[in-house]
Design a protein around this ligand. Structure first.
Ligand code: NAD
Length: 467
């Protein structure tokens, strides 16, 4: 076996690191395919891979994607467990479902459809071409799901990807990057088509954003990262924060609404950006709805218990509330235990007013405030205010078409789910494909392969127009 200079260097570095008791960096760089110690190395590798990938056919792209789907299904449980153990957030059983959803319902190359114009002057063809190397920043809340979902869509579009994952979830994200590379290699694809760094930082993120190798940026996360990307001067897709309200009016099937809301708001401990995060219930049915939620597995807290929960789940500074990061995505039972209650409920519910921080703050915890409102107009006004103009997601349970339409028009969200749990909006129990990168701020909506392509026009004059 021949060993080149670079490999010798890596072995020397690894031995030195082991001797000095800091083996983790080189260990993960060695273990995971496509994961490099520095962003410069990652960028160089992905540039080379992209050049090679340019000569691959669409059929070959599809073969790689099929393998990524297969590997994801096979390792869904492993990634779900890793995600929960690394971040301390979410539920293994729900994360398995998220990985299965990504594997089965993320569109591949079938999402790319060229368009054609023909007429007296001949034929014009518009094709969807790759951007090149895409830089993708991923969140802690869906670390491996986002890596796999973006990889499928970006590769389907003919691109290569450099990831800068959330530092608190980088082991899980890098596991997924390794999985994607293993699948690509087994399908006969190039090495390092998807890359990352073992220890992502703001510096590695900046280097990635500024690199001339990277032609497009995609941010999946909170407002900070979307702002940073949109000021990069490059084509950027921003998938930002939400705070989805759910309305229940007097015409709804109240029992079903209660069940659906508990299912959606408790899914993966409310980590999904699309999950119901506050509920506005018309007064005449509010008590019935709350009773239905309790029947469906929610635990109702009252009075001082609510105040105690605020102190636990939120941080207050100068009258402003933000989330207590230590409690994001924790099981409802853990919160209840701190309140002196033993329960295996999946969701905590409480009645509050519309200005309560549980309503206004994007919690990402299995806690749902229910606000009584006078009627649908009152509900819409308060729900729109709570959504904060994110234009992300909103949901409603109603059989009144006028109410459904009025709320949809007023809230202007990218996803709007009627009479179902919120996850129906990303294809789980609802029609349509899935994505874990929902681009409200930049308007691509539910991203898929087509979002990661550029249009190219090819014009033939006086020919190929055959009628
Ligand atoms: P986060 O914003 O803390 O982190 C997201 C990523 O951005 C991480 O990789 C982080 O390191 C990076 N980052 C943060 N600030 C940055 C900056 N100024 N410059 C460069 N990089 C930066 O988000 P999180 O806590 O991991 O995830 C939860 C948030 O993401 C919620 O607000 C949720 O609504 C949102 N989210 C949105 C979508 C969507 O599709 N729209 C999907 C998942 C999560």
């Amino acid at each position: 076996m021949k060993i080149d200079e670079k490999q010798i260097g890596e072995i020397v570095k690894s031995v030195l690191a082991n001797v000095q008791g800091q083996s983790s960096i080189t260990e993960s760089a060695r273990t995971y395919q496509g994961v490099f110690e520095t962003m410069s190395e990652a960028l160089a590798a992905v540039e080379k891979a992209y050049k090679e990938f340019r000569s691959y056919t669409v059929e070959q792209r599809e073969k790689m994607i099929a393998k990524i789907r297969k590997f994801t299904l096979a390792e869904a449980e492993e990634m779900a467990k890793l995600g929960v153990s690394e971040t301390g957030m979410g539920r293994v059983s729900d994360k398995i479902i998220k990985h299965q959803l990504v594997a089965n319902k993320t569109p591949g190359t079938e999402d790319l459809s060229p368009s054609v114009m023909t007429g007296d002057n001949g034929l014009t063809l518009v094709e969807m071409a790759p951007y090149g190397v895409i830089g993708s920043i991923t969140p802690s809340t869906n670390p491996s799901e986002t890596v796999i979902c973006n990889s499928i869509g970006m590769i389907a579009g003919g691109n290569a990807v450099v990831f800068n994952p959330h530092p608190n979830a980088c082991k899980t994200a890098n596991y997924a990057i390794d999985l994607v590379n293993r699948a690509i290699l087994e399908a006969g694809g190039p090495e390092n088509l998807v890359v990352s760094v073992s220890h992502p930082t703001m510096e590695s993120s900046n280097e990635m954003m500024k690199s001339p190798i990277v032609k497009m940026l995609v941010a999946t996360g909170g407002p900070g990262v979307v702002r940073a990307l949109l000021s990069s001067g490059k084509k950027a897709i921003g998938a930002g924060a939400g705070n989805p309200p759910v309305i229940v009016d007097e015409t709804a099937n109240i029992k079903k609404a209660a069940k659906d809301i508990v299912a959606g708001a408790s899914f993966d401990n409310n980590l999904p950006c699309i999950a119901e995060k506050e509920c506005f219930a018309v007064d005449s049915i509010a008590s019935e709805l709350i009773a239905g939620m309790q029947e469906a597995g929610a635990y109702l807290i009252k009075g001082k218990q609510i105040d105690d929960l605020v102190k636990l789940a939120l941080v207050e500074k100068d009258g402003k509330y933000s989330i207590n990061k230590d409690w994001v995505g924790k099981d409802a039972g853990k919160f209840l235990e701190k309140l002196g209650i033993q329960s295996d409920a999946r969701l905590i519910i409480c009645e509050t007013n519309a200005l309560h921080p549980f309503v206004q703050v994007e919690m990402m915890m299995p806690i749902l405030a229910v606000v009584r409102v006078n009627d649908i107009d009152d509900a819409i006004e308060k729900a729109v205010a709570a959504e904060h103009g994110n234009r992300h997601s909103a949901h409603i349970h109603s059989k009144n078409v006028d109410n459904l339409t009025k709320f949809a028009r007023a809230v202007e969200t990218t996803i709007f789910v009627k009479n179902a749990p919120s996850y129906a909006g990303i294809g789980a129990g609802g029609e349509g494909y899935t994505t874990f990168t929902i681009a409200g701020p930049t308007g691509e909506g539910l991203t898929a392969a087509h979002s990661f392509t550029r249009q190219r026009r090819c014009v033939m004059v006086d020919g190929l127009h055959i009628v």
